[in-house]
Design a binder for this molecule. Sequence first.
Ligand code: ADP
Length: 482
Amino acid sequence: MSKNTRVPGYMQSKAARNTRGIIGDREIRFKCSLQNTILDVLRGRPGWQEVPGPNIQQQNSQQNNKPAAGSQTSTQPQDGKGTKTGYQPVPPIQRNSDGDWDFYWCDREWLHQNYDTMFLHEHQKILHFRNHYELTRKNLMVKNLKRLKKQTEREQGKSEGLSFDFHPTTYELPSEYHIFVEEFKRNPGITWIMKPAAKSQGKGIFLFRRLKDITDWKKGEYQPLTDTTREVPETYVVQRYIENPYLIGGRKFDIRIYVLVVSYNPLKVWLYRDGFARFSNTRFSLDSIEDAYVHLTNVSVQKNAPDYDPEKGCKWSTMRLRQYLTAKHGSEAVKKVFKGIDNIITKGLQSVQKIIINDKHCFEMYGYDILLDSDLKPWLIEINASPSLTASGKEDYELKFGLLNDLLNVLDLENRLTGKEKRIGGWDLLWDDGPVLADDGNMECTTNGTSVTTANSFLGCHNDRKRQLREIYTSAQAIKKT
Ligand code: ADP
C-alpha cells in the first residue's frame, strides 16, 4: 500500500501542493524506522521526500564496529524497557552534520544510542523524548504517580489526592517484596497480576492467588544467574487484578487512547477522538486465572486464541463504545467516565513533567490503556510510547492513517496553520499549560446529540476530520494573507 496510498482529497488541493514550510523552499525530508502505516502516511504526504540509506546509528555502528540497534548483543538500554545495563554513550562523532533529514520517526533504541551525542538543527523534529521510559516502564509510571499524589496531598489536602486513585495497587519486585507480602496477607483471596516492568504484548504476565505461586516464581527468577545473557534479574510489578471488569457480551476489554505531547514545558497535550476497545475472545471468568485469552486483552495475545476470527477481529471503535455506554447508562454517567479518562491522561503526564528532558525537537505519541470496571470507573493499566501502528484490518488502517496524518498536521512542518488551533483533524487540544475549554460550552457530542462538558475533549465523538481540516486550512490561509 505504501507508494500508491490514496491521498485524502483535502491534501491534494493546489494549496497543499504549493506548500512551502518552515523548512524553506524545498521538500521536507523524512526518515522512518518502521515499515507500517506511518511509512505509508509519510510517503503519501505531498511535498515530503524519503531520505534513503542507512540510518545514523548504523553508520556509527559500522565505524565503531559495534552491534546495530536492537541487536541482541547491544549493551544499550532498550527503551528503558529490557535489561538496563551499564549505559555507555558511543563516542561523539559528527552526526547529522549535513542535516540530512527534517523529520525522523525513529525507534526508541536508535534514540537511546544517538540522542546524547546528537546535534539537532532548529527545524528538525524527532519522535520520543530522551527519557520517555519514566512514564512507559510500568514500575516508574506508578512511582511517579505516587510521588505526585503525595505532593498534591501535602500542598492541596488529602481530598485532592483522591483524584490520583486510578491505578490499581502496585508494588515493584524484588525491591518492594516485603511490603507486598504484608498487603497480600491483609487481603486474603484476591487475585494479583504479575508483569515484567519493561515488556509489552502480554509477555511474561501471569495471575495468582497464593503466595506460594510467587515464592516458587521468585526462587526461579532471582536465583544467582547462570544465564550469562541476562546481566541483572528482571524487574516486575505485582498489581491488584481488577476482578470486576465491565463486560460487554460477557467479554472483558480495555480501551486504547492516543495522546500527543508536543511539549512538556509548558505541557501541551492533544487527545485523538478515535481509539478502540480491544476485547478478549473468551468469556470472562475468575475460575480460569491461568487462561491468558480470558484475562489479557492485548491483540497480540488474542490473535493466537484457537477460535479467533481475523475477519471479525476483537475491536470496537471508541465511538461505538461511547454510544453503547450512553444507550445503557445515560449521557451523564458516560460524561463522568470520559472526564475520568481526561483526568488520567493529564495526571499521568504531570507526574513526569519535571522529569522528562524537554526538548523542542521532540514529540511523543502515547497509547494509553484504560480498563473500565463494572462501576464504570476507569483504571490506568499502562502507557506505551510505541503503540502498535500495524493495522489489523481495513477499519484499523483507516483509523491509524488518519491519526498519523493528523499528527503531522498538528506538528505542521509545512507551516500552514496559525498555531492557535484547538482542533486539528481528529486531534483536540486538551491541555495547554492548563486545561483547554471547548469554544462552546454547549457543544454537542454527536454520538447521540447530548451536550458534553466544557473541556475541549471529544474522545469517542464523531470524527469529521476531513471537513474540519478543509475549514481550518482555508481560515488559516485567510488569516495569514491579512
Ligand atoms: P503489556 O505491556 O504486556 O501489554 P499490560 O499492563 O498492558 O501489559 O497488561 C496486558 C493486559 O492484561 C491488559 O491489556 C489487560 O487486559 C490485562 N491487565 C493488566 N493489568 C491488569 C489489572 N491490574 N487488572 C485487570 N487486567 C489487567
